[in-house]
Design a protein around this ligand. Sequence first.
Ligand SMILES: NC(=O)C1=CN([C@@H]2O[C@H](COP(=O)(O)OP(=O)(O)OC[C@H]3O[C@@H](n4cnc5c(N)ncnc54)[C@H](OP(=O)(O)O)[C@@H]3O)[C@@H](O)[C@H]2O)C=CC1
Ligand SMILES: O=C(O)CCC(=O)C(=O)O
Ligand SMILES: [Mg+2]
Length: 417
Amino acid sequence: MYQHIKVPADGQKITVNADFSLNVPDRPIIPYIEGDGTGRDITPVMLKVVDAAVEKSYGGQRKIQWMEIFAGEKATRVYGPDVWLPEETLAVVKDYLVSIKGPLTTPVGGGIRSLNVALRQQLDLYVCLRPVRYFTGVPSPLKEPEKTNMVIFRENSEDIYAGIEYTQGSEGAKKLIDFLLNELGANKIRFPETSAIGIKPVSVEGTERLMRKAIQYAIDHDKPSVTIVHKGNIMKYTEGGFRDWAYALAQKEFGAELIDGGPWCKVKNPKTGRDIIIKDSIADAFLQQILLRPAEYSVIATLNLNGDYVSDALAAQVGGIGIAPGANMSDSVAMFEATHGTAPKYAGKDYVNPGSMILSAEMMLRHMGWTEAADLITKSMEKAIQSKRVTYDFARLMENATQVSCSGFGDVMIEQM
Ligand SMILES: NC(=O)C1=CN([C@@H]2O[C@H](COP(=O)(O)OP(=O)(O)OC[C@H]3O[C@@H](n4cnc5c(N)ncnc54)[C@H](OP(=O)(O)O)[C@@H]3O)[C@@H](O)[C@H]2O)C=CC1
Ligand SMILES: O=C(O)CCC(=O)C(=O)O
Ligand SMILES: [Mg+2]
C-alpha cells in the first residue's frame, strides 16, 4: 500500500468522532519520525520509556504499535536524494491522527525550507502548544523557577513563517520592491536596490482559531488568565490586528466583559465560575516580565515568530530546552515534538537529554486518554531528576549529580516506574 512504510499487522487506527473526540483502540498504530541529528539518540529512548510506562500501567492490555515514517535526511536515504518530505509521510500523519516526531534540520540562508514548518502548514496544524513547567530539582537560573508555569499557544500556520520571501537581487525582490515603491508609495525602504524582502501575512481567521483554543484551554484547565503577546505598536496591522481580533473573539464568542473600559476583559469560566482575565503584553516587555514576574502569566496566545522566541526563553527559565515538550495540532490531527532542534554537535553520541521528546510523548498519551501511563512518565521523570542521575545539561549545573547518557537517563526513568 505504501512505498516504504510498513504498517504493523497487529494494530488499529485511531479514529475521530464528529465532536473531535478520539476512539483509541488498545493497540493503536502511532507513526513516528526519528528525526535528524540527535533525533537518532532521543527517539529510541522515548519509544523505550513509553513502552515501559504503557506496559507498567496496563499490564499488556494496551500496547502502542509504532510505525516508522520518514522525513529529513533519513527520507533522502530511503526514498532518494531529493525526497525530504515524502507524500506518504504527510498522508499517514493525516490519516492516523496522532503521531510524534524528532527534530529536523533546516539550513540557514539557502537550501531547503523548514520541513518542520512544511509539516505544520501542509497539514494545517495551526496550534503549536508548548507547556512550560518546573520539575523540582532541575537547575535553573531563576531563584524561584516554580513560579514559571505557562502554556504557550503559538500560531503555527502564518506570520513570516509562510516563507514568502525573495532573495536580494532576485527578480521577485525587484518586482515586489518596485510594486511597493511605485504602486503603494512605500518610500521607507532604506536601501531598495540591495534589499531582500519578506511578507508577513496575519489573518482574522488564523488569529481567531488560535485564540479560541487558548481560551478554551484556560476554561478546561481552570487557568486565571490568557495573555495576548504581540508587537502591535510597531507592526500595527499584523501584530496589532492579532491583538484586536483576539480581544474581539473573547467578547464575541466567550462573552468577555471589558475591565475599566478595556481593552483588558474577563471571561467567566462556565465550569468553575472563576474569572479568566484576558490581557495583552507587547513582546519585548513580555520577555522581561516573564523573568521578573512569571507568576502573573498563565496561558499565552501569540504569533508564530514571537512564539518561537518565547518558547526557548521560557524553557530556559525552568532548566533549558532539554525538557521542553510540545505539540502541533489541528482540530483532529496532532503531531507531538520537542521544542528544541537537532543539536548537531551532539548527534549520535548518546549524550543529550531525551526529556523533551519523552515529555512530548507524555502529552501524546494524555491526548489519547491514556492518563495512567502519562502520569507514570511525569512521576518517573520527577524521581529521576531527584535521584540526580541526569544528562550533561543538568549535571553541569547541579551539585553532586551523576552524569548519565541519553539512553542511561531513559533507563533511570524506567527504573523509577
Ligand atoms: N522542531 C524542530 O525540528 C526544530 C528544528 N530546529 C533545527 O535544528 C537545527 C539546530 O538548531 P540550533 O539552533 O542549534 O538549536 P538546537 O535546539 O538544536 O540546539 C541549541 C542548543 O540547545 C541545547 N539542546 C538542544 N537539544 C538538547 C537536548 N536534547 N538536551 C540538552 N540540551 C539540548 C544545546 O545546548 P548546549 O550547547 O548548551 O549544550 C544545543 O547546543 C537547525 O537546523 C534548526 O533549524 C530547531 C528548532 C526546532
Ligand atoms: O523548523 C525549524 O528548523 C525551526 C523551528 C523552530 O525553531 C520551532 O518550531 O521552534
Ligand atoms: Mg524554535
